[in-house]
Ligand binder design. Structure first.
Ligand code: GLV
Ligand code: MN
Ligand code: MN
Length: 410
């Protein structure tokens, strides 16, 4: 029997590893990330897996099939969080995958393939601004040059890996070969309201929307807030405010597009000083890559025009772009059968949020199962799921894994 009460207990246990005394924040390669990984590695071992931390800081567990060394089905999600996060985004997928292996192990079942459970070290990209470092390393698409990216304190990924006790030179060895895996499947909370509105505990994901992440720097001129007349100012924050509204306007103009400025910092940051420099992030997403690309182009043009008008210099850096990622029809069909086996109507839906599957798709076909969350709230401490839905999701994941047939792959 799957242990449903343990799933939420384990989410609570992981949530205690946070850099905030109240609330949950756990970023890549932090002491809290190490503590969370150690907990997960312990659960993996108890479930009969060979468990280890890999060179990029992913927690990896392997459960061999009917004989050692068979290609594997990879089940995973992430262990890092956004700032002031909920307890389930990422963690639920890792914990339910371990529960599935635990059940196989307790029933002494070996399948005609191995299972690898991965707790990815970085999906959110909070610390270094660039996402999915763990899954990109596993998929073999992580350019080692990325290791020079620095966090807000000026620590590079390379240095953070060393401080974590890992060897940056070994990062490329994390990659799996295509012939070593059969598919990638991830259970995740929906992070939106569709399943709740449909009255369904789970849904089968059809595709993950693509995203573009930009960092914009505006440079005006700092000055005295009391002496410089309004007409003569080059206020970088006032220019940024117009840019933020332009991003919102462009995204609102098309129902399928979303645009967010989630971070902004003004310097020098004093009540009586005109802001001389501002840096802000832009996150734009859409189901179609061509739509997203055209909105990104329009945002660049708007920012340039606003800055020209206000005599403010600007720089726009692309931090990361990932194209829309379709889930594989053959895997969706197997997942749908597992959903039906629980007597649940199959609802197919796209994902507006990004997931590690976007990186894993470079290596293998991908599938995702969404679990209903309360009021669609996520990236928020109010994120909540019911124990019953978590258990239904875990049972469906188990059924999918148990009945998985790789030969149906194209
Ligand atoms: C990850 O949660 C993302 O979609 O940004
Ligand atoms: Mn997230
Ligand atoms: Mn997530």
């Amino acid at each position: 029997m799957l242990d449903p009460s343990r799933i939420l207990q384990r989410c609570d246990a992981l949530a205690r590893h946070s850099e905030l005394p109240a609330g949950l924040t756990r970023v890549f390669l932090s002491p809290q990330a190490r503590a969370a990984s150690e907990l997960v590695l312990g659960w993996m071992s108890e479930a009969g897996m060979q468990a280890r931390l890999d060179a990029i800081g992913n927690a990896r567990g392997r459960y061999e099939g009917t004989r050692p060394g068979l290609p594997c089905l990879v089940l995973g999600s992430h262990l890092d969080t956004v700032r002031d996060a909920g307890k389930y985004d990422g963690m639920l997928g890792v914990i339910t995958a371990i529960e599935c292996v635990d059940l196989l192990n307790s029933e002494k079942k070996r399948l005609p393939f191995a299972i690898e459970v991965v707790g990815f070290g970085d999906e959110e990209g909070v610390r270094f601004g660039t996402t999915m470092l763990g899954s990109r390393a596993l998929a073999g698409t992580l350019d080692p040059g990325v290791l020079d990216t620095k966090d807000a304190q000026g620590t590079s990924i390379r240095r953070a890996l060393e401080d974590f006790g890992l060897d940056p030179a070994a990062v490329t060895s994390v990659a799996l070969r295509k012939d070593e895996l059969l598919a990638y499947a991830e259970l995740h909370i929906e992070q939106g309201p569709v399943l709740e509105a449909a009255g369904l505990p789970v849904g089968v994901v059809t595709a993950i929307n693509g995203f573009s992440r930009l960092r914009v720097t505006l440079r005006g001129e700092a000055g005295h807030a009391g002496t410089v007349p309004m007409k003569l100012r080059r206020d970088a924050l006032a220019a940024a405010a117009e840019c933020v509204l332009a991003v919102e306007r462009l995204a609102r103009a098309r129902p399928e597009v979303v645009g967010t400025v989630g971070r902004i910092e003004a310097r020098p940051g004093a009540i009586n000083v005109i802001p001389g420099e501002v840096q802000f992030s832009v996150d734009l997403r859409a189901p179609l890559d061509s739509t997203r690309e055209s909105v990104v182009g329009a945002a660049r043009t708007e920012i340039a025009l606003i800055c020209q008008d206000r005599n403010v210099a600007f720089e726009i850096e692309t931090l990361q772009e990932l194209g829309s990622s379709a889930c594989a029809p053959w895997l969706m069909a197997q997942l749908a059968r597992a959903v039906e086996s629980e007597g649940v109507r199959v609802l197919r839906l796209p994902s507006g949020a990004g997931h590690d599957g976007m990186a894993m798709k470079a290596l293998a076909d991908i599938a995702m199962l969404f679990v209903r969350c309360k009021r669609g709230i996520s990236h928020n401490p109010a994120e909540a799921i019911s124990a019953e839905d978590a258990a239904t999701g875990a049972r469906i994941l188990y059924k999918f894994v148990h009945d998985f047939r790789p030969e149906l792959s194209a």
